[in-house]
Each structure stands twice: as structure tokens, then as C-alpha cells.
Design a protein around this ligand. Structure first.
Ligand SMILES: CC(C)(COP(=O)(O)OP(=O)(O)OC[C@H]1O[C@@H](n2cnc3c(N)ncnc32)[C@H](O)[C@@H]1OP(=O)(O)O)[C@@H](O)C(=O)NCCC(=O)NCCS
Length: 189
């Protein structure tokens, strides 16, 4: 199992991270950005980065940062009006398979449990094997379900996931013991 490199910490995103987030996105490949932003143009991506850097009651994000302040990964948890809680992940290509995604998931899972959230939905493209394998690896118990519009939902009991995640990545914060379920929605190409 990949563990977080010693010079990387996962913490809440904050407004001061905006420039580092922009630089982080610049370093990501087109394909990786497509997986996270689904082909959105520059302006929507910039809006999303501003959103990541500015948490509200409806959404909050985490960043994986090195000691030099550079951002190499981010994860967001967002509450929609319909009651759905969504999760999204992005790790810079050169830093993938080094445990950043797992640690970011730990933060999401712990926060979801703390908020007593039942379901978190992460929307990814259905041919995004990386994301599917990632979610299956970090969230044992994920249940896949195809939904319309070429999407797939993956549902994960987050209480177990948050405990497993906190063991795998203790720097992401304590486990609150809430009852929750994490779900990932996968959109087909
Ligand atoms: C999906 C993503 C966030 C994973 O981040 P990551 O930092 O590479 O993930 P980790 O290193 O923590 O990997 C954790 C485990 O997930 C699985 N995994 C991750 N990437 C994988 C891949 N490309 N192939 C197979 N398994 C993979 C592995 O089991 C891995 O553990 P291991 O490295 O010890 O074998 C990253 O690939 C990414 O940003 N992709 C583009 C954006 C995207 O698809 N977002 C939607 C995600 S819901």
C-alpha cells in the first residue's frame, strides 16, 4: 500500500492556496484535467479553483502540499441542495501512485463521517479506470451501479472507509465515528 511521502501533508484548502492551485493545474496533463473537469474550459476551471480555495458551508476542499507550499493534489466534498454529497479528486500526474489520493480520500471520509453524511457522489468518466481502481482500493465495499447518461455509481460505507483511511493516513485527522456512506458516480465516455 502506498503511504504519503514524508514531505507531503494533507490539510484544508484556504484562499492563500489559489496561486499554488493554479500552478498545480498547469502541471497536470490534459488527460488528467479532463478526468477531473470533464472538458470544461479555462474559465470554469478557474472558477472551480477559486471554489476549492474558498470553503463555504456547502463545500470544502483539502490540498496535498509539499513543504515548499506547492499543491500536488486536491479533493473536494460538496453538499448539493438535493441532499447529495459529492466528492472529487485530482492528483498531479508526476505525483500519482504515491499515496496522495489515498490521503485525500481519508480527509473526505473522515469529514463525511463527522458530518453524518450517508452518501458521497464522485462523478468520473466510466472509462476512467484509474479512478475506479483508486476508489475500489481506498474504499473497500464500494458497490458499482450504472445509471443513465453513461454513468456508474460506486457506493461506499464511509464509516468503515474513514476508519481504514485514518489508519492508512493518520495525518488526515481523527475519526469521528459518524454513520455514513460514500458513493462515487462514474460517467461513461
Ligand atoms: C484517481 C486519482 C485521484 C488517484 O490518485 P493517486 O494519488 O494516484 O492515488 P494513490 O497513489 O493514493 O493510490 C491509492 C490506490 O489506488 C489504486 N490506484 C490508483 N491509481 C491507480 C491506477 N492508475 N491503476 C490502478 N490502481 C490505481 C491503487 O490500489 C493505489 O494503491 P497502490 O499505489 O499502493 O497500489 C488520480 O489518478 C487522478 O487525479 N486522476 C485524474 C483525476 C480523476 O480521475 N478524478 C476522479 C477521481 S474520483
Amino acid at each position: 500500500m502506498s503511504s504519503l511521502p514524508p514531505d507531503v501533508a494533507v490539510r484544508r484548502a484556504r484562499p492563500v492556496d489559489l496561486a499554488a492551485l493554479a500552478a498545480f493545474v498547469e502541471r497536470c496533463s490534459t488527460d488528467t484535467l479532463h478526468r477531473r473537469f470533464h472538458g470544461a474550459g479555462d474559465r470554469p476551471v478557474r472558477r472551480e479553483l477559486a471554489r476549492i480555495a474558498s470553503p463555504t458551508a456547502a463545500h470544502r476542499s483539502w490540498v496535498a502540499v509539499t513543504t515548499d507550499g506547492q499543491v500536488h493534489g486536491t479533493a473536494t466534498l460538496a453538499w448539493s441542495r438535493s441532499g447529495t454529497t459529492e466528492a472529487a479528486f485530482l492528483v498531479e500526474d508526476a505525483w500519482q501512485r504515491r499515496g496522495l489520493g489515498r490521503a485525500l480520500f481519508a480527509a473526505i471520509a473522515v469529514e463525511a463521517a463527522r458530518a453524518d453524511v450517508d452518501v458521497v457522489v464522485a462523478t468520473v468518466q466510466a472509462d476512467n479506470d484509474r479512478a475506479v481502481r483508486f476508489l475500489r482500493a481506498v474504499a473497500p465495499g464500494v458497490r458499482p451501479r450504472y445509471v443513465g447518461g453513461a454513468e456508474l455509481d460506486l457506493s461506499i460505507p464511509v464509516a468503515a472507509a474513514s476508519i481504514a483511511a485514518s489508519i492508512a493516513a493518520p495525518r488526515s485527522g481523527p475519526v469521528s465515528g459518524g454513520r455514513a456512506l460514500v458513493s462515487a458516480s462514474v460517467e461513461a465516455a
